[in-house]
Ligand binder design. Structure first.
Ligand SMILES: [Zn+2]
Length: 281
């Protein structure tokens, strides 16, 4: 069993909104990992006096603790309970009904001698590397599958010159259209203050004997594949296994630095927070 974690803010002047953790309970019977990507809020009031890192530390900490101490709970149940516990921590001070109340994507995995359970919500990715060498990405594609008019708006934004007033105006319209789909039927789901969102996550179980490794990635790290096309998910898993999580983040930073205007590789943020967790079973 070997576990490696790395995370780095996209902008060294701003707090990292990604979160990565792993636990090996004292019993020696398996372990768990939890990786979150906090959603950057827009400027202005979001109904919460706390920060995104405040939220991800509480949600991630509760999720990891429940995953290893309550092995009778499913990961879906653990996520629902962790969302509830986190909401309770600021219910008295904050407006949790605000659509931009702090929220995060979630990847969780829990392994034992018998099975590896996983849970994925929103656009972070879990790579399952099988003993036959094949790599299976567990991805929640609901953000890719936004309605065609919304995707067309995004393409229109990216076609306008960076820094122009037209682009800024088109971007605001696009963001408004996406926001209307956040945690809404037919849209996409992130872990915010409503425990029922746990039921929207992708989950599954794989026999431990069939798996060699797990790699969890926030989209800031997964952009090595999804934005830059520098390799396949299998290449990505192989790079992390061979050179470690930080090596993947370093490669992403180099690709971002080569395209600072996001001209060759259109993307929302020139640099994004990145987190990678790797477990060699
Ligand atoms: Zn708050």
């Amino acid at each position: 069993m070997r576990i490696a974690l790395a995370t780095e803010p996209g902008d060294p002047q701003r707090p990292n909104e990604d979160y990565a953790s792993a636990a090996l309970p004292a019993s020696g019977e398996g372990g768990a990992l939890v990786l979150l990507d906090g959603v950057t809020p827009p400027e202005g009031d979001v109904g919460c006096v706390h920060s995104v890192p405040w939220f991800t530390a509480r949600l991630g900490g509760a999720m990891l603790e429940l995953s290893v101490s309550h092995r009778d709970m499913t990961l879906t149940e653990a996520l629902a309970a962790a969302v509830r516990t986190t909401a309770d921590a600021h219910r008295d001070t904050c407006d949790l009904s605000h659509p931009r109340t702090p929220q995060a994507t979630v990847v969780a995995a829990r392994w034992s001698g018998q099975a590896v359970e996983h849970l994925v919500l929103s656009d972070s990715v879990l790579l399952l590397e099988k003993t036959d060498g094949s790599v299976h990405p567990v991805r929640d594609s609901r953000l890719d599958d936004l309605p065609a008019p919304v995707r067309a708006r995004r393409a229109a934004v990216r076609a306008l010159p960076r820094g122009s007033a037209e682009r800024a105006a088109a971007a605001r319209e696009y963001v408004r259209a996406v926001e209307a789909l956040r945690n809404a039927e037919g849209g996409f789901f992130t872990a915010a203050a409503d425990p029922s969102v746990a039921g929207r996550a992708l989950t599954g179980t794989t026999p431990s004997a069939a798996l060699r490794a797990l790699t969890a990635l926030s989209d800031g790290a997964g952009r090595w594949v999804e934005v830059f096309g520098a390799g396949s998910w299998a290449d990505c898993a192989a790079l992390v296994a061979a050179a470690g999580p930080q090596a993947l983040i370093d490669r992403v930073r180099a690709l971002e630095a080569d395209d600072p205007q996001c001209a060759a590789f259109p993307r929302g943020k020139a640099r994004d927070d990145a987190a990678v967790a790797h477990v060699a079973l």
